[in-house]
Design a protein around this ligand. Structure first.
Ligand SMILES: Nc1ncnc2c1ncn2[C@@H]1O[C@H](COP(=O)(O)OP(=O)(O)OP(=O)(O)O)[C@@H](O)[C@H]1O
Length: 354
């Protein structure tokens, strides 16, 4: 287990509700995970399972009518000196518009999104965006900020960074715009980068180039990354650890090798069966996960995955909510691995060691 100083972010028992006309949507229903310093954590799961809301919470930007109803997010800030002191910052205790939160956002934790066009203002040049990000957080002259901006564009391997600095977003290709977003995000040297489906909107070749660039930048800077994706292929390529989400819960946490070679949760196993494998014949049909993610305003009783689960145990999975069970290399919320007494069929609350 990593010690606190190896951890850059801890999310504990996070519950987020959206109060809507049709009822309460439990977007996050007790999310727990940690991100290790210098490592890449992949958050995977189907659409609607709560990946983006988790990212919004970390930046303290949950959109209305969403509300964090309970839980904690702790950011472990490491000081710049040689002593490497770590300061605990409870993000969930900060006001979203407080000075301290604004300092963390962008300066310590930065984010890149799926569709760069929605984050880039078409009326402003690439340079305007970069200057805004740089001067918001760093006390530098205009000339110095411009130099840093151009340097940031060169760092993401954009050709002719001077020309791109003065271009408008619509003059660039999708891949170039995503590189610009990465340059903006990295211009303040964040310790943690959250990337929410950053390559989904791009063609396959550009996707691969952006992933390669992100892997290179991660290695060069040593920053931690939370990589949000529904694509397990991307996880295999980019991540050290994986958190698999289903209906607002993390159902399996593990290292990337175990996720692929020894997945424990039937949902993780089903996600894996739904990705193409090179060794398989091109006419092999991919398995689809039966059913769809239920509406989070009416979460099934017991294990939320039970209506779709091939391992469903009647009278158990539809009744008992699986607690987190600690196995050798993974933590899993599935009653196949414990969490109830087989003699009485009653829940056993404690986390079990196996
Ligand atoms: N502004 C909102 N109003 C109401 N419900 C919302 C809002 N934003 C998110 N939700 C709900 O919260 C749940 C989690 O959504 P979230 O966007 O985090 O899922 P996701 O896993 O990121 O999906 P995707 O891969 O499609 O982005 C969903 O049920 C969604 O409908």
């Amino acid at each position: 287990m990593p010690t606190t100083s190896d951890i850059i972010l801890r999310v504990s028992q996070l519950h987020v509700h959206f109060q809507t006309e049709s009822g309460t949507i439990r977007a996050l229903d007790g999310v727990d995970f940690t991100v290790e310093r210098g490592k890449v954590l992949g958050i995977v799961g189907e659409s609607g399972c709560g990946k983006s809301v988790t990212a919004q919470c970390i930046l303290n930007m949950v959109p209305r009518p969403g509300r964090i109803v309970s839980g904690e997010i702790t950011y472990y800030r490491r000081s710049e000196g040689l002593d490497g002191q770590v300061e605990e910052v409870k993000i969930t205790d900060l006001h979203p518009r407080s000075r301290q939160m604004r300092d963390i956002r962008g300066n310590e934790i930065a984010m890149i999104f799926q569709e760069p066009m929605t984050s880039l203002d078409p009326l402003y040049t690439v340079g305007n965006h970069l200057l805004e990000a740089i001067t918001l957080h760093q006390k530098v002259s205009k000339k110095e900020a411009r130099e840093r901006g151009i340097e940031a564009l060169a760092r993401v391997q954009l050709p002719e960074p001077h020309r791109i600095f003065d271009s408008y977003p619509h003059q660039l290709s999708g891949g170039m715009r995503q590189r610009v977003m990465i340059a903006i995000a990295l211009s303040c040297n964040p310790a943690l980068l959250i990337a929410d489906e950053p390559t989904t909107a791009l063609d396959v070749t550009t996707q691969a180039q952006i992933l390669e660039l992100m892997a290179e930048l991660q290695e060069e800077t040593g920053m931690s990354i939370i990589f949000i994706t529904h694509d397990l292929g991307v996880v295999a390529e980019m991540c050290d650890d994986v958190a698999v989400m289903y209906l607002g819960k993390v159902v399996e946490k593990t290292d990337v090798d175990s996720a692929f070679y020894d997945p424990k949760h039937p949902y993780t196993q089903a996600l894996l069966r739904s990705i193409p494998r090179i060794e398989e014949q091109s006419h092999t049909r991919l398995a689809v996960i039966r059913g769809s993610v239920p509406d989070p305003s009416v979460v099934p009783a017991g294990c939320p995955f039970h209506p779709r689960c091939p391992e469903f145990m009647p009278g158990i999975c539809n009744r008992i909510e699986p607690p987190p069970i600690r196995l050798d290399r993974q933590e899993v919320r599935c009653l196949l691995y414990g969490g109830y007494d087989p003699a009485t069929l009653e829940p056993t609350p404690a986390t079990e060691e196996r």
